[in-house]
Write a protein that binds this ligand. Structure first.
Ligand code: K1U
Ligand code: ZN
Length: 169
């Protein structure tokens, strides 16, 4: 297994639209293992392939306290959404240190392939539902700060670029 380098906002590659995974083969299984290791090491609850500069429809999530209930969704598709929505506090490993509220469906049903390439249906609510929606946005090239006002988004962009400049010194 290997730790993968993350892309950080405002890297334009975060806006790439991911393509479907053509086959769940050895390459994809290795990518899943590496993404899980990267997510756990970064103390995240989710990670989309987009964030490690792989533009294929694959996300990994673990919202469990024990960090032992990984969910792997390949070619995920939302097949149902609740009528209720709520504003939830979100963060993003690609936008470190920034947290803000985003409106999301309370519950969703998603169909996808698992790490073994088997079809599965996931009914999600609470943090799992929020996290799946956040990760699926990444696959569409959307970062959560794009839901915020242009003023907030520009302030975040400036802050990130300054931090990246200082880190590369
Ligand atoms: O996609 C990512 O960058 C991972 C992201 C997932 C996420 C967190 C919170 C709401 C929606 C999606 C993170 O894991 S950020 C770090 C984190 O662990 C966290 C931050 C805020 C609330 C809960 C967890
Ligand atoms: Zn994110």
């Amino acid at each position: 297994m290997a730790l993968l380098p993350l892309l950080f906002f405002p890297d334009p590659r975060l806006h790439t639209i991911a393509k479907p995974v053509a086959a769940v083969d050895e390459r994809i299984r290795r990518l899943v293992d590496d993404m899980l290791e990267t997510m756990y090491e970064a103390k995240g609850i989710g990670l989309a392939a987009t964030q490690v500069d792989v533009h294929e429809r694959l996300i990994v999530i673990d919202v469990s306290e024990q960090r032992d209930q990984a969910v792997v969704l390949i070619n995920p598709k939302v097949v149902w959404t609740s009528s209720e929505t709520h504003r939830n506090e979100e963060g993003c490993l690609s936008v470190p240190g920034i947290y803000d509220g985003v409106e999301r469906f309370d519950a969703i049903t998603v169909s996808a392939l698992d790490a073994a390439g088997q079809p599965r249906v996931v009914q999600a609510e609470g943090l799992l539902a929020v996290c799946i929606q956040h990760e699926m946005d990444h696959l569409l090239g959307k970062v959560f700060v794009e839901y915020l006002s242009p003023l907030k988004r520009n302030r975040i962009k400036t802050k990130m670029l300054k931090a990246q400049r200082e880190e590369s010194r």
